[in-house]
Design a protein around this ligand. Structure first.
Ligand SMILES: *Cc1c(COP(=O)(O)O)cnc(C)c1O
Length: 372
């Protein structure tokens, strides 16, 4: 049996009949790029309805973070506390603003450890960037409490967490800005780069909205210099279409996760449970296992495609070679984590095959492998 990590071809074949006419209509209209393009406006309205926040679309999750943080108030010399086990873009955006990333260690569930944040706060600390990794919300109660006590901004990296919740509240609605990506690899995905920022403050939305379009106030007038970071109309059209189905995708991923929870051999395989307050969307399903590299090779031989998110924690990249951080959990997790396929297109048979294959790897090993 062959199990792909993601299956874009199938996604396309399922949607083709409905989606081609939508794309065709946009192509015929000639309305391709512009902040007032029809599908872009419609997409921002749709998102506003979902999040009850101001929404500005941009052309990537990375730009959502950069513009979101900048307009929220992060400047040169500020310190931003975040995690090292993220996609490299979350830290890169801090660096590009001239701010300094300060890495906190993580909990067993891979998200930032609030008790580690407190210890890292200095006079220069300006913000906490919470990365909701794998589609699981960070502990926003504790993070907001620390932020309020220390007068810090809260930036949410929601690139992996569209639709995820904490205490019934959507990720992205807790902080000063919530920054999302609609890159093809995300659960809620376009067919090219894309992203958006949500914020309670109308003035933040207004400035981001200018900055993404060369700083222009009207067609010919600018008060500030900006960038080119618009979402294009075809992406917006695809996203409007896919938005209608995102609940089903999330439900299917959650049901796949339930299957894994119930059937993976817990003596060898650790998967952090979904806590009471969490509603996880399972952008990734990460198992933490001994003999990870061997298991990965074994699964590849058996036709199961897996990835590691991420094999090199950001603080161990060459860029940081002069700085030392004490991140025990981050490092030990980086050697044990493995993302197994969980996408919405998996059949019952494929889920069973994946589970049985992983369990069989450990059943075959001798007692030298320690359980958790
Ligand atoms: C994908 C991702 C980003 C970057 O989003 P792009 O749209 O690819 O720029 C940032 N942070 C995290 C955690 C991501 O997974």
């Amino acid at each position: 049996m062959k199990i792909k990590y993601l299956n874009f071809k199938n996604q396309w074949l399922e949607e083709k009949k409905d989606l081609l006419p939508i794309i065709d209509k946009i192509l015929e209209s000639g309305d391709y790029v512009g902040v007032n393009a029809s599908e872009v406006i419609k997409f921002e309205k749709n998102l506003k309805r979902i999040f009850s926040r101001n929404v500005v679309t941009v052309n990537s999750g990375t730009d959502a973070l950069t513009l979101g943080m900048y307009v929220a108030g992060i400047r040169r010399g500020d310190e931003v506390i975040t995690t090292s086990n993220s996609y490299i873009a979350s830290t890169a955006t801090i660096v590009h603003l001239g701010a300094k990333p300060v890495f906190a260690d993580v909990l067993p569930d891979q998200n930032i450890d609030p008790s580690a944040i407190q210890r890292l706060i200095t006079k220069k600390t300006k913000a906490i960037m919470a990365v909701h990794l794998t589609g699981r919300s960070c502990d926003m109660d504790s993070i907001l409490k620390i932020a309020r006590k220390n007068n810090l901004l809260v930036i949410e990296d929601c690139a992996q967490a569209f639709g995820s919740k904490f205490g019934g509240k959507l990720c992205g609605t807790f902080g000063d800005v919530g920054c999302f990506s609609t890159h093809p690899l995300k659960n809620f995905n376009g067919m090219g780069d894309g992203g958006f920022v949500i914020t309670k403050k109308a003035v933040i939305a207004k400035i981001i909205s200018r900055l993404r379009n060369h700083g222009l106030k009207t067609r010919d007038k600018a008060d500030i210099f900006g960038y080119n970071s618009r979402l294009d109309n075809i992406q917006a059209g695809i996203l409007n279409f896919r938005l209608q189905n995102i609940k089903n995708i999330i439900n299917k991923r959650r049901s796949n996760a339930r299957y894994f929870f119930n059937n993976l051999d817990k003596r060898f395989i650790f998967v952090p449970k979904e806590k009471k307050k969490e509603f996880n969307t399972y952008h990734l399903f990460v198992i933490q296992v001994p003999e990870r590299d061997k298991l990965m090779k074994f699964l590849k031989k058996k036709g199961i495609e897996c990835y590691i998110h991420y094999p090199v924690p950001i603080h161990l990249q060459k860029i940081f070679k002069k700085q030392k951080f004490d991140l025990k959990n981050t490092i030990s997790q980086s050697k044990r984590i493995l993302s197994i396929p969980i996408h919405q297109g998996l059949s019952k048979k494929q889920l069973k095959y994946t589970t049985d294959t992983i369990n069989s790897f450990y059943a075959k090993q001798n007692s030298s492998i320690r359980s958790f």
